[in-house]
Design a protein around this ligand. Structure first.
Ligand code: ASN
Length: 308
């Protein structure tokens, strides 16, 4: 059932008004930063015959038209790689739909529809894309501090511009120190954003590149916000060679047929690249210091709840 009264009180709240204003500034300053670095904004893709497998979210939003099957975008990962055949540096504010388990309703961090700022850079390595991510976050925080003082005061948020380079920890070390809840444990203890590097192949999707000299380890990364806000972004270097991609899809026990179109592009030749996607609602939550992600955007859709 749709809870109109709760919805109206959120819509009329000072909190939402100010969070949305900050969000609009986040979008504006992200665009400025990326354009300055020579990135081109491409329009988002909402439906496609291929999307991120993200096997956690087995329910697929499928649309059938003209006898073809389109899926609702879970991420634009393959479109980002394919775009590089035209322009070398791209970004997009990409709406993603991921049907999260209803048990995540009150996690504070999960929406079933969210927007990620998705970035990809031709012939870049992980270090270069991590530097870009650090610069982007620092630029956003700096500009929000300069332009949104009354809003930050309202949220009692005293943000620090993160110091670059950010700290790094390997996945193995994070797991050893903090156990399987490493993301949240690390985030709670951190005073500055921190990178987690080198995830094992079993836990990630098939598109991040495997080290050529370390079997089973990927050249990828997550960025974790401090103060318990959890994951900020995810990305890495990409597999771009046809045979390797095919092998990786098969390892996941996904039928090659599902990625036939993507494989055709890979066969014709993709470029090496690196990129990441940073969730806009989670970034807004971190900047404003909010506990609940539904307070970070208009029309938030929580897992298991009817949204607008
Ligand atoms: N945007 C992510 C990346 O660039 C992929 C994802 O959202 N699953 O790696």
């Amino acid at each position: 059932m749709f809870k109109i009264d709760e919805y109206l009180s959120l819509l009329r709240s000072e909190k939402l008004k100010r969070a949305v204003r900050i969000q609009s500034e986040i979008i504006h300053h992200s665009r400025n930063f990326l354009k300055q670095k020579g990135f081109i904004e491409i329009l988002p893709v909402i439906i496609s015959p291929i999307t991120d497998p993200l096997t956690d979210y087995r329910i697929r939003g499928e649309i059938e038209c003209y006898g073809f099957k389109y899926q609702i975008t879970k991420s634009m990962i393959f479109h980002k790689q394919i775009s590089l055949l035209s322009v070398p540096r791209i970004f997009s504010f990409s709406p993603n739909v991921r049907i999260e388990p209803a048990s995540r309703e009150r996690s504070g961090r999960h929406l079933i529809e969210f927007v990620q700022l998705d970035i990809e850079m031709k012939e870049a390595g992980r270090d270069e894309i991590m530097q870009l991510g650090e610069g982007l976050l620092a630029h956003i925080v700096e500009n929000i501090k300069a332009n949104c003082e009354p809003d930050l005061e309202f949220f009692h948020r005293d943000l620090k511009i993160p110091e670059q380079p950010f700290k790094k920890i390997s996945y193995q070390e994070a797991l050893r120190r903090y156990g399987t809840d490493y993301e949240i444990e690390l985030s709670k203890r951190a005073a500055e954003p921190i990178w987690i590097l080198d995830f094992p192949i079993e836990g990630r999707e098939f598109y991040d590149r495997e080290y050529s000299d370390q079997s089973g380890i990927l050249v990828d990364m997550d960025l974790i916000y401090p103060e318990g806000y959890g994951e900020a972004l995810s990305g890495g270097e990409r597999e771009y060679q046809y045979e390797k991609i095919k092998k990786r899809i098969e390892m996941k026990e996904i039928g090659l047929k599902a990625y036939e179109i993507y494989l055709k592009f890979a066969e014709k030749g993709l470029f090496p690249s690196a990129g990441f996607g940073i969730g806009i609602e989670r970034l807004t939550r971190y900047i404003c210091g909010l506990s609940h992600i539904e307070e970070t955007r208009m029309f938030a859709k929580l897992p298991g709840v009817l949204g607008l």
